[in-house]
Design a protein around this ligand. Structure first.
Ligand code: HEC
Length: 303
């Protein structure tokens, strides 16, 4: 390969070097940009997810500290259970309200529960796995990451939901102990048998990332195109320069040298520049001059 490279013309050599620099530059730029964008995307979606999960916790607190006491009497006397008094319900409902806006329809908040009171809270396969991981590793307080939901890529943040208060078991222990209106509203099959300190659910917020990725890929393509175009322009200019300042003068010199070597000693190398090619032209002219003098001397000797 190297031997072949040596045999190429100057222009070919230069262009081979430039093209390999171009390819390496684009590859390096692409990898570097990907890394930066990846971090930036994760930061952006994670920020959103954190804000949402914290807001939902705030809704939960508001429900248990302000709504529930306010409705306690009615809750005790009504035949139907009032779900608005349950933090899990209000958080989900507030989030469903947000999802009505087209911009947020692919966001999701769920208290994904292995054995839920309300079937819409039932954990799917992925959520069940996460909840089981939280159960196995009590040190684990949060899990975040990307996952594919159908064709969409989403970022999720999950936290374990643990039964920390004995009061939770007033409704989630056995149907017998639970308020009658709860059992009549939700049935007695689900949402019972929870234990103290048990992790019953994972609180999960999902934020769609596909759009952010698309925007990032567009940006990456744009930057790489600009780098490519600048490089191509540079290549064209370098080639023009090489042709005009080096290759053409050298070709001319080669033709002239040929003619001089066949005896036409009146010829002159004309190159008006002070660069290396100009110096070479001057030296060649001096050489022709010396050659002429040497030949004259030989002629005179012969006479
Ligand atoms: C007054 C009864 C009551 C009490 C007390 C109660 N819950 Fe619930 N909980 C419910 C009902 C009813 C639902 C279902 C609400 C709905 O329709 O979404 C529910 C739902 C949940 C859910 C969502 C999953 C599911 O089962 O649908 C979680 C998680 C939850 N409760 C945790 C707790 C925790 C933790 C406590 C204690 C801090 C607690 N609950 C106390 C009645 C209660």
């Amino acid at each position: 390969m190297l031997a072949a490279f040596k045999d190429f013309k100057l222009g070919t050599k230069l262009n081979l070097i430039l093209v390999s620099i171009l390819i390496s530059a684009i590859a390096a730029c692409g990898i570097f940009l990907s890394r930066i964008l990846e971090t930036k995307i994760e930061q952006e979606v994670a920020d959103k997810a954190f804000l949402m999960i914290e807001t939902m916790n705030s809704v939960r607190n508001y429900t248990s500290s302000q709504v529930k006491p306010e409705l306690a009497d009615r809750l005790a006397s009504e035949t139907y259970f009032i779900p608005e008094t349950v933090p899990a319900y209000s958080a989900r409902e507030v989030f469903e309200g947000l999802r009505k806006q087209p911009e947020y329809q692919n966001f999701l908040y769920k208290e994904a529960t292995l054995n839920p009171t309300n079937p819409r809270d039932k954990a799917d396969k992925f959520e069940t796995e996460i909840t089981l991981q939280f159960r196995q590793n009590r040190q684990l307080k949060e899990k975040t990451g990307f996952r594919h939901d159908g064709s969409a890529k989403v970022y999720y943040i999950a936290r374990p939901l643990e039964i920390k208060k004995a009061s939770c078991l007033e409704c989630h222990d056995t149907p017998g102990k639970a308020p009658a209106n709860l059992v009549s509203t939700y049935g007695e099959k689900h949402g019972f048998g929870w234990k103290m300190n048990e992790i019953v659910a994972s609180q999960i917020v999902s934020v769609p990332a596909s759009k952010v990725y698309q925007a990032a890929h567009k940006l990456q393509f744009l930057v790489l195109s600009i780098v490519g175009i600048i490089f191509l322009i540079a290549m064209i200019l370098i080639n023009l320069f090489l042709k005009k300042s080096i290759i053409q003068p050298m070709k001319k010199m080669a033709v002239l040298s040929n003619e001089i070597s066949t005896g036409d000693l009146e010829l002159q190398f004309n190159h008006n520049s002070k660069d290396e090619i100009g110096t070479l032209a001057k030296s060649l002219n001096r050489m022709v001059q010396s050659l002429k003098m040497a030949l004259q001397m030989i002629d005179e000797d012969d006479d």
